[in-house]
Design a protein around this ligand. Sequence first.
Ligand code: HEM
Length: 416
Amino acid sequence: MTAAPGPTLESGLLSPDVFRDQGHHQVFEAMRRDDPVHWHVDSAGVEFWCLTKHADVQGVSRDPLSFVSGAGFTLVDIDPNDLQGTMMRQMLPGMDRSEHTRFRRVVGKGFSPRTLRLVEDHLALKARTIVDNIIERGSCDFVVDVAAELPLQAIAELVGVPEEDRRRIFEWGNAMTGIDDPEFGGDKQASMAASANMMQYAQELRRQRMVEPRDDIITILTGAAEGSDGLSDEELAIFFLLLVVAGNETTRNATSHGMRALIEHPAEWAELGRDPSSDRMARAVEEILRWASPLLYFRRTATRDVELRGKTIKAGDRVVLWYPSANRDEEVFPDPFRFDTDRSPNDHVAFGGGGPHFCLGANLARMELRLIFTQLVTRMPQLEFDGPVEMLRSNFVGGIKHMPVRWEPREAFVGN
Ligand code: HEM
């Protein structure tokens, strides 16, 4: 096996600090060059393959028979005998084969183009209001005041959570996923408590919809909508939990990373401002997704021995798909470290490498990003940093916690 290019490679990848300090791009560049199918053993003895090439991330994602998710989709192995393990097995990313197919079929109805069209006008209005609420102020924390709002509103709207409950959902979501960061709970107990609250809330919502069906996902998933299969009480609660985690932080971080990149690349920002047409904006959104790669990895487990680039991945081995690395693969993206909002083609893997687990919310996320960046680019062209950007300490979510920005205040009614 090729020697590791440096100490960071062996000690670094499991440490959330590497990602917080953005050192991972350097580590991945070295891996792609020197050891693209790298066997990693961390200091606690956890062993896994690191796949860092775009083609390998796609290949494994599209071969669900050889690489399954049920043994764990993060680096934590799923232990079916403990409570957390049982829950992870019941989440879409932890399901395989027919179980996964059935679940995707049921929940897919809630994410159909028709359902998304139903929420688009409402979300466009929300995006506009988010900018209205800050535009006269002249400064804000972009993450808290802009990026965090729309993803939460989108899920809440789609699911049917009333306005007055949305703040609670947001706080529970933070406590659940910011497990390594003290500001967001920082411990397993706080995270578990938040999950329990969230599930209980979903079950109450389900009971209400059984009695009083509405035009929302919970109603579809209870089976109360005409001609639809339903999810059990527990299945629905766990799915709700997954939606809040999967749909909230990811899109928030894509928005924050995108804004950061646009501030750091003023020529791109100006060009987008000159042509915010939907085609141009759609390409910019794809580049923001490639650049941000808000989810750092998902994991699979090999079911048989597989040869890859001269290495043997053995049955039972953990295989980690590093999306930020695949999205900077110089074999696929010319000049991959250049942020180019007009990049085309742009076959990024921010939503996964294809295959059955491809992000369920990809089109919702794309819509949200298009709506918020259209507002920002047309109404707030002169944003600049107003303090240091603070990163989330995590090795699963590539997150920005705080990003102070300022601009020349404008009146809220000015704009499109
Ligand atoms: C920029 C935003 C987002 C990014 C970068 C993202 C990324 C991902 C990735 C990488 C996966 C795993 C793919 C795989 O294992 O092959 C995934 C799965 C998933 N995402 Fe997203 N996601 C985003 C937004 C959303 C939203 C808005 C929702 C829902 C409201 C959502 C719901 C899901 C669900 C339910 C899964 C599991 C699918 C399955 O296992 O079948 N995501 N996402």
